[in-house]
Design a protein around this ligand. Structure first.
Ligand code: NDP
Ligand code: F7E
Length: 323
């Protein structure tokens, strides 16, 4: 196999201000790569022509596609048009534009929600398209599946070294802490912190508390992405997970303990549970020598510390996220 990402290569990280993109920028720079970025205010990646012009001028050696319309279970349910169309448009602009301007190496990021709602656990890459999706995030999942197919098509028709990675649920510094639109982990950090400060006797979590989720610290994901960019060149998605999961009730208890909240935890069954379980089979990426380093409790403590030191950002509301 040739050198897929030589040291010093120039990498365009699309979505560099996000949870994932910012972690990938940190990792690439620490590893001796040169990073190219462009803010959404200057370049809307849904605009195919502007994206093409930018890629032509910037001429990166590689592209990491970490820009997307992203959110938790309620955002996915409330804004299906945005989750479907924004992501299809960003993918078309960036992947098509990369090929058209001669970029030979590209990493596309999908998500574990591309797999069937009731996939056999742990979920192997081979279970893609073997059953119905989870309805709360079907539009997003279908856009991401289209992205995987687009990557495969460029591999097949043009021999491009484009690849797709499917991370499990992520968390870490730079996450979205908006209470309605975020994912569960940052929401719980903020909710337990606020409840402790207010002396609130109870925190009501969404759903039944029984769904199981697997969480990976974003710095571990970033390391996995660089390993993939350097060494991996196969068809189809490759999973990136921590290898262990827990119930939402257990997650709530863990976050409460880290934050120092000692009140009661209850559940609101009127809110959706989503997929009952989505634990990834990570054996393929483990064979490449990558393994996560950050345990969940330590990762939550580090994220809580980051959030406090950053001035307790409240995250992206639906309006700003859907700008
Ligand atoms: N968070 C998670 O738990 C998981 C995330 N992933 C995947 O990782 C990738 C990144 O997610 P994450 O970092 O969490 O998301 P964030 O919302 O934190 O970041 C998304 C980034 O994309 C940028 N962006 C969105 N739309 C546009 C646009 N039209 N033009 C230019 N830039 C745009 C945002 O810009 P701005 O900062 O200006 O808003 C932001 O920097 C996604 O593909 C997602 O599917 C996969 C599994 C789990
Ligand atoms: C990464 C992944 O993320 C999403 O899927 P999800 O894992 O279902 O999302 P989530 O993190 O929002 O919730 C996980 C679980 O937690 C429960 N829950 C309890 N209390 C709160 C709470 O306060 N906020 C949130 N958000 N959830 C809560 C909630 O009811 C659910 O049972 C999709 O975007 C999908 O497309 C995707 O890719």
């Amino acid at each position: 196999m040739g050198v897929l990402l030589p040291l010093g290569a120039r990498v365009f990280v699309a979505g560099h201000r996000g949870l994932v993109g910012s972690a990938i920028v940190r990792r690439l720079e620490a590893d001796g790569y040169r990073v190219v970025v462009r803010g959404r205010d200057e370049l809307d990646l849904r605009d195919a022509r502007a994206t093409h012009e930018f890629l032509e001028e910037a001429a990166p050696d590689a592209v990491v596609l970490a820009a997307a319309t992203v959110g938790g279970i309620m955002a996915n349910s409330r804004y299906p048009v945005d989750f479907l169309e924004d992501n299809l448009r960003i993918q078309l602009s960036v992947i098509t534009g990369s090929h058209a301007t001669g970029v030979h190496r590209l990493l596309f990021l999908g998500s574990s929600c591309i797999y069937p709602k009731l996939a056999e656990q742990p979920i192997s890459e081979d279970s893609l398209l073997t059953g119905p999706l989870e309805p709360t995030n079907q539009p997003y999942a279908i856009a991401k599946i289209a992205g995987i197919e687009q990557v495969n098509a460029y591999r097949c028709q043009y021999g491009r070294a484009y690849i797709s990675a499917m991370p499990t649920n992520l968390y870490g510094p730079g996450d979205n802490f908006d209470l309605e639109n975020s994912h569960v982990l940052p929401a719980l950090i903020r909710r337990f912190h606020d409840a402790r400060e207010a002396g609130q006797p109870e925190v009501v979590l969404w759903g039944s508390g029984t769904p199981r989720r697997e969480f990976l610290h974003v710095d571990d994901l970033a390391e996995a992405c660089v390993v993939l960019l350097r060494t991996y060149d196969e068809d189809g998605p490759i999973n990136v997970g921590s290898g262990t999961d827990l119930t939402i009730r257990e997650l709530g208890e863990t976050v409460a303990a880290v934050v120092g909240y000692e009140g009661n935890i209850s559940f609101d069954p009127a809110r959706p549970d989503g997929t009952p379980r989505k634990l990834m089979d990570g054996s393929r990426i483990r064979e490449l020598g990558w393994a996560p380093r950050i345990g969940l409790r330590d990762g939550i403590a580090a994220t809580y510390k980051w959030w406090l030191e950053a001035g307790r950002p409240t995250g992206k509301s639906a309006a700003s996220a859907r700008r």
